[in-house]
Design a protein around this ligand. Structure first.
Ligand code: GRG
Length: 323
């Protein structure tokens, strides 16, 4: 168990998170300051600017910083290069939450301690706000990433974002999640018979792909090599899977006030999650394995001297967070 290491601050991690959060939220407010159609922008702002940990955006920034140190970029340059991408990521994340909360999917009334988007604006506007955010995210990424970045790199990042969101990513994972909801007993029987990839498949798609993209894009925009991108992607895959397992655990251990959403829904809906399939102990064991694996990727000699401290702390934060 490595939870203690979160507090042994080689640098002030909570200050680091707060700085990232402020940078991203300040820019999101600028991008989302349009007014017509009024109800659409209000709905978009309601979900994007309603708090949240901003973990994905901060991962993008941290991966960029890890690569930038070698390239001698100033802190200001790094932010200018990746901030549009960080904002695009948070917009896509928010749209996925809006759609996930709809009655046709998880049917949730609360998110981040507030009524869900469709409860305030109605299902039609919630759907459309999600659609608009998905497209606006790509527009921001393509038009606001500074011209100093090779357009081929910016295009590759936009293309990868589409891939991470699409049928091989979040949408595919969500479809698998829905398809297996209510089939928990069958999944457990299959597990006994040696078939054990279902939960991992769901988690990697619906949650892991956007997290992997967050790390990959920050590094790619700052000129990481193919080898560096491959190792950082492995780190991000460990983090992404761990993040969703931690989320599954919080559904059984958390409360409404801390989580900002209704707990206990997974078991009630007979959902296939790490906890419902492998139990709490099995989930904690897998988290420790993923923590070790994720940290080991960052200890690769390729990153010797690079500031990977924040990425390490972010992995532990993803695992040991309380909401
Ligand atoms: C992307 C085109 C497209 C469609 C979305 C609905 C859907 C398809 C996918 C669902 C994805 C989803 C909601 C996965 C769960 C991921 C998860 C654990 C979200 C909670 O993330 P946090 O804890 O939230 O980072 P905050 O509020 O902190 O931002």
């Amino acid at each position: 168990m490595h939870q203690e290491s979160l507090t042994e601050a080689a640098f002030d991690f909570s200050q680091y998170l707060e700085r990232g959060r402020q940078l991203v939220e300040g820019q999101l407010a600028v991008y989302l300051s349009e007014t017509a159609p009024k109800v659409l922008w209000e709905s978009m702002r309601y979900s994007v600017l309603s708090g949240g940990k901003r973990l994905r955006a901060i991962l993008c920034l941290s991966a960029a910083e890890a690569i930038a140190a070698r390239e001698n970029h100033s802190q200001k340059e790094v932010v200018e290069i990746v901030l549009p991408c960080c904002c695009a990521i948070e917009m896509v994340h928010a749209m996925s939450l809006i759609h996930d909360d709809l009655p046709a999917m998880d049917n949730d009334d609360y998110r981040r301690g507030k009524l869900t988007n469709h409860k305030v604006f109605g299902e039609a506007i919630a759907l459309l706000a999600g659609d608009a955010l998905l497209l606006y995210a790509n527009q921001i990424l393509l038009t606001k990433t500074p011209a100093q970045i090779d357009p081929a790199v910016t295009l590759s990042v936009a293309s990868e974002l589409c891939r991470a969101c699409g049928p091989k990513g979040m949408v595919g994972g969500q479809v698998d999640d829905l398809a297996f909801t209510g089939r928990l007993e069958q999944v457990k029987i299959d597990l006994e018979a040696g078939e054990n990839e279902v939960v991992e498949l769901i988690h990697r798609g619906k949650t892991g792909e956007l997290i992997r993209f967050s790390v990959w894009s920050g590094a790619r925009l700052l000129g990481a090599s193919a080898d560096e991108l491959a190792i950082l992607s492995k780190y991000a895959e460990s983090l992404g899977l761990a993040f969703q397992i931690a989320d599954d655990l919080l559904d059984v251990t958390g409360d409404m006030k801390t989580l900002g959403k209704t707990p206990g829904k997974d078991l009630a809906a007979n959902k296939v999650t790490w906890v419902t399939v492998y139990g709490e102990e099995g989930s904690r064991k897998r988290l420790r394995e993923l923590e070790d694996a994720g940290l080991a990727y960052l200890d690769n000699s390729m990153f010797a001297g690079a500031p990977t401290n924040a990425l390490k702390k972010l992995l532990q934060y993803a695992i040991y967070r309380s909401n």
